[in-house]
Design a protein around this ligand. Structure first.
Ligand SMILES: Cc1cc2nc3c(=O)[nH]c(=O)nc-3n(C[C@H](O)[C@H](O)[C@H](O)COP(=O)(O)OP(=O)(O)OC[C@H]3O[C@@H](n4cnc5c(N)ncnc54)[C@H](O)[C@@H]3O)c2cc1C
Length: 552
């Protein structure tokens, strides 16, 4: 039977688009199959903040940051904590990926028109020792135009390839099975879903109006992770983190359903590290939701005080922005699946950023005028103020007694005692008078302000939380928000998928989140952030180039 294309790519997210455009540019014919409508092209990356892990860049050097490949690799390995036999390929991918991030990545994107916001962010700051988790230096490079700014060059290349006939996209085509002939993957079969013009990100119809079969010499699975499917998240929840949370919100649209992962596994592919995942603990319910259970992650600066559900301050170094997995572990051990930030108006104004393209209209719209207001404005950015006013998880009061009463009303169960909270805040406030202190969070604030980027737009001047001049007081109830799948299909550096017998499955490739961003888990247990989009770029590129080379 004649093939419909040289290669089929399942998924029109970032990884799929990167792979497909590489194939078309290599002169091969490719079909992208996407279950959502055309309005959803780009998948999760469209919604993302566009933060990219890059190493030793001109942006870093201009801010006085001394970074290097070796320092980044040290940080990556300290964060990943690879400790399993299955980590063979993930570890190789990690080494290759850090090389990409310190080498070709920036120039490759730049040549396609991608640009970077000049203030480099400092995510996952760790706080342990030099060989443990965290970024030693700021490396989170936000794309000018956020997520859409990352998707744009690949969408443009895809449209060009469409017009020259090498690439076609079948929207509303949902893959239900892989065709395997004599052990070789030879195509896909699936259902045609009814057309749906629902807005991007919203739940689309799953009514089937037909079926399809497509054949090719190679199939690349780039179908994303499981974060939109809470049943799968709970099913794969790591035992080391105890029982899965009863209540979670969703940091990804519903199409991140994990369904294709099950289909590919059923066809014989080897899924590894399925218990490694990356969910945030600073999730707030979106007052203006796009997708079901829509949660937004706060990207916090270092100054908010962090309390568990019973009012105990989180221990050092679990400060805002230090160690996502450590915080999740601690919070799950409290027996509650939420925690609290307590802060001031001065802190929210400078330190709260919200992850997501739609929450950052200044950067997404590439408006210098609006972006400059981050440094000069009296209030917090508009979307943050909107959450403060309308968000179900925010309590804003002029004094601590009223604030704690409001927190108890929101949290239920009267778990918080005013005297307990007050004593902890007053103790921390006494540490503010000197620049050399005992309180490690306050030390951390001083450390952050030695970096010009933080001093400019990310870390408030140290002040007493109970100083009315910095009020009103604000408490935020933080939920667990699902996001990324760190495990995935085991692949070699050409993104070829291993079968359950340990041998490469001919004709099958995986990229992006479905491949654990490469190898089946390039991050190990923890991420340094900005590594997901980058993982889609690198694994999508490897998959596309290798598949194009392999097909006759
Ligand atoms: C709000 C938000 C902020 C983020 N911020 C950042 C950031 O700053 N930095 C960073 O590095 N990462 C960030 N991320 C993560 C990053 O965007 C994602 O991990 C990445 O885009 C995943 O890309 P993907 O191509 O692997 O999968 P997806 O984007 O999920 O794309 C997969 C596509 O496959 C389709 N599909 C699935 N199953 C089938 C099937 N059976 N048949 C046909 N089609 C199918 C889906 O509909 C989807 O379009 C963020 C994510 C979100 C949601």
């Amino acid at each position: 039977m004649a093939d419909d294309a040289d290669v089929i790519v399942v998924g029109g997210g970032l990884a799929g688009l990167v792979a497909a455009t590489e194939i078309a540019d290599a002169g091969k014919r490719v079909i992208v199959v996407e279950q959502e409508g055309e309005q959803s092209l780009g998948g999760q990356a469209f919604w993302s903040l566009g933060g990219l892990f890059l190493v030793d860049t001109p942006e870093q050097r201009r801010l006085g940051i001394k970074d290097s490949h070796d320092l980044a690799l040290q940080d990556w390995m300290g964060s990943a904590g690879f400790d399993r036999d299955e980590d063979l390929w993930p570890r190789r991918w990690a080494e290759a990926y850090v090389g990409f991030a310190a080498g070709e990545k920036r120039g490759w994107l730049r040549a396609m028109g991608h640009r970077i916001f000049p203030v480099v962010g400092w995510a996952e700051r760790g706080g342990y020792d030099a060989m443990s988790h965290g970024n030693s230096v700021p490396r989170f490079h936000v794309s000018w135009g956020t997520g859409p700014g990352v998707v744009e060059p690949f969408e443009r290349r895809a449209r060009e390839a469409q017009s020259n006939g090498r690439l076609s996209i079948r929207f509303r085509h949902r893959v239900d099975g892989l065709i395997v002939t004599n052990g070789t993957v030879a195509g896909i079969s699936g259902s045609v879903l009814e057309p749906d013009t629902v807005e991007r990100g919203k739940t689309s119809s799953r009514k089937i109006v037909g079926d399809f079969t497509l054949r090719a010499q190679a199939v690349i699975v780039a179908s994303g992770g499981i974060g939109g499917n809470h049943d799968l998240v709970r099913q794969n929840w790591p035992k080391r983190l105890g029982e899965p949370p009863k209540h979670m919100i969703s940091g990804v649209p519903e199409h991140v359903d994990g369904r294709m992962i099950g289909i590919t596994e059923a066809a014989g592919a080897r899924l590894i590290n399925r218990d490694r995942m990356w969910h945030y603990v600073e999730g707030i319910r979106n007052w203006n939701p796009i997708w079901p259970r829509h949660g937004i992650r706060i990207l916090p600066g270092p100054s908010s005080m962090w309390f568990d559900a019973t009012g105990a301050r989180l221990p050092s170094p679990l400060f805002p922005g230090s160690d996502t997995l450590g915080q999740l572990d601690y919070i799950m051990r409290t027996g509650y699946d939420y925690s609290w930030f307590v802060l001031t108006q001065s802190i929210i104004k400078k330190e709260f950023a919200l992850s997501g393209s739609e929450q950052n209209p200044d950067l997404t719209g590439k408006s210098w005028r609006m972006t400059l207001k981050r440094a000069t404005n009296k209030g917090a950015p508009g979307p943050v103020e909107a959450f403060k006013q309308h968000g179900a998880d925010f309590v804003v009061r002029d004094n601590l007694a009223d604030l704690v009463a409001g927190m108890n009303a929101l949290g239920g169960g009267n778990l918080l005692k005013l005297d307990h909270i007050k004593a902890q805040i007053e103790a921390r406030d006494r540490e503010i008078a000197n620049p050399y202190v005992k309180d490690t969070q306050v030390m951390n604030i001083h450390n952050a302000r030695r970096y010009i980027g933080d001093r400019l737009i990310r870390t408030a001047k140290p002040h007493r939380i109970l100083d009315p001049a910095h009020g009103p007081l604000i408490a935020v109830k933080l939920n667990i928000v699902t996001r990324k799948t760190l495990g995935g299909f085991e692949t070699d550096l050409d993104s070829r998928v291993f079968g359950q017998d340990g041998k490469i499955m001919p004709g099958l490739y995986a990229a992006g989140e479905a491949a654990g961003f490469g190898g089946g888990g390039v991050h190990g247990y923890r991420s340094l952030e900005g590594t997901f989009l980058g993982g889609c770029l690198f694994s999508g590129r490897n998959a596309g180039r290798a598949a194009a080379k392999a097909v006759a």
